[in-house]
Design a protein around this ligand. Structure first.
Ligand code: 2AM
Ligand code: CA
Length: 265
């Protein structure tokens, strides 16, 4: 059992073990739907934006459990919106990669982060099909299935494996990442598109991917993954290189290829 996280802003009593249990339980709910996919209702929230019964059920479970166990925090989930308390809250994406989930693919994840006064202090991402659980506490490192993880040692962009996503391929957005992808793809050895930004960030943390970027995401897609990437030794910036967490323009790297990829952004 890990020690409770102590933030400067507030004494908090969330442990790694407690968060791991909650997110694994949420994963069981998700897998029950996933194994019975032909009976799962899929709806469109907007063009190219899906929600399934599983998204709603996972979020309802997380909201009920987290607000009962930790009434001191608000809750913001993709499907149910925000509760009144804005400065300290759980930030939850019940399924990141809903389209992949709805097609029976394996790259989807559940993302849960705790934000205190604008700071993400603990975050977990669980990919139930892979049974991979990533978790990090601010200042205490990042872990995958209980083992400490670190970003890759790749120093040459030409040899690098990069990942991106196209949440920005929406008709009303002019910068759709296609030109940027072509530019970077030609300068790298491997390019992947997994479809779950939360998981993409964990793959950077785990050294499986050397850099990841995406645009037009929301905080709930990236809050937990960004902390995990950072705690594994990664750098988090916007496309101009400003350090921090920018869901509308997120670049996560192993740090060693940052100077080479930044001019291509
Ligand atoms: P989601 O599955 O929770 O919607 C993949 O490129 C990333 O883009 C995922 O994090 C996915 O999150 C997000 N995404 C996909 N379609 C989206 C849309 N229409 N609006 C915002 N984010 C989207
Ligand atoms: Ca989602």
């Amino acid at each position: 059992m890990s020690n409770p996280v102590v933030s400067e802003a507030a004494q908090i009593r969330v442990t790694r073990a407690a968060l791991e249990k909650v997110i694994r339980d949420a994963g069981v709910i998700g897998m029950n739907y996933f194994k019975n996919l032909k009976n799962v209702e899929v709806n469109k929230k907007a063009a190219r934006d899906f929600v399934t019964e599983a998204d709603v059920a996972i979020e309802a479970f997380l909201k009920e459990t987290l607000t009962r166990e930790y009434p001191e925090y608000g809750f913001w989930g993709e499907e149910s919106g925000q509760s009144a308390d804005q400065t300290s809250r759980w930030v939850v994406d019940p399924i990141d990669g809903t389209h992949s989930f709805s097609k029976g693919q394996y790259c989807w994840s559940i993302s849960v982060a705790l934000e205190i006064d604008g700071d993400i202090v603990i975050g977990a991402v669980y990919a139930p099909v892979l049974n991979d659980l990533y978790i990090a506490e601010k200042g205490k490192g990042a872990f995958k299935n209980g083992e400490r993880i670190a970003v890759s040692d790749e120093t040459n962009l030409g040899d690098a494996m990069v990942a991106t996503g196209f949440a920005c391929l929406r008709n009303y957005l002019t910068d759709n990442n296609l030109e940027r992808f072509c530019r970077i793809a030609q300068q790298t050895t491997g390019q992947r598109r997994f479809g779950s930004a939360a998981l993409d960030l964990c793959l950077v943390a785990d050294g499986q991917v050397d850099a990841f970027w995406e645009q037009e995401l929301n905080l709930y897609d990236v809050a937990a993954g960004a902390l995990i990437a950072q705690e594994a030794g990664g750098t988090l910036t916007d496309f101009k290189g400003n350090p921090g967490l920018f869901p509308k323009q997120i670049l996560a790297t192993n740090g060693k290829i940052f100077d080479q990829i930044l001019p291509l952004m």
